[in-house]
Design a protein. Structure first.
Length: 158
């Protein structure tokens, strides 16, 4: 029974619960002025584009400086897709918005609307980028026993 309920709970009950607890009135989306408000657009920009630029940029810099490598089966399109998915910062973003706009109810509602819209945009964009990412190479059984990284084989005692 638990297995049968997993999909409806995960994709219907929990999102409805999260949306109800977020405290976002649906009339906050009733006009284009509310959606295109500077606070709403700033939150959307920060969550979608800020996380994208920050994660992809930090990954690229670390890769170029030789601080790390991508897993064998990954490329930067995968990094871009995952960075977009990071924009689904629903819970912590609402917490920060409530701290920032605790005495300004109207701005708080606009920020929460931006968080909800950013989560939808980031989730959809991340899904589409990862769905259209090139197929990765398969890993043979020997490689599957370890992780996806190549480590130096030098002994530390030398």
């Amino acid at each position: 029974m638990e297995t049968r309920l997993h999909i409806p709970v995960g994709f219907l009950v929990i999102p409805i619960f999260a949306l109800a607890n977020a405290g976002i009135p649906f009339d906050s989306f009733s006009s284009s002025a509310a959606v295109f408000n500077p606070v709403t657009l700033g939150v959307i920009g920060g969550l979608v584009f800020g996380k994208l630029v920050g994660i992809v940029g930090a990954t690229w810099i670390g890769w170029k400086l030789g601080w790390g490598r991508l897993p064998k089966a990954a490329n930067f399109q995968h990094i871009i897709g995952v960075a977009l998915l990071a924009g689904i910062g629903f819970t912590m973003s609402i917490f920060i918005a409530e701290l920032a706009f605790s005495s300004q109810y109207e701005l708080l509602i606009q920020a929460k609307a931006g968080i909800l819209l950013a989560s939808v945009i980031a989730g959809t964009a991340g899904f589409l980028v990862l769905r259209n990412a090139p197929a990765t190479t398969t890993i043979d059984d020997e490689e599957a026993q370890g992780d996806d990284f190549d480590y130096p084989t030098q002994s530390l005692s030398q």
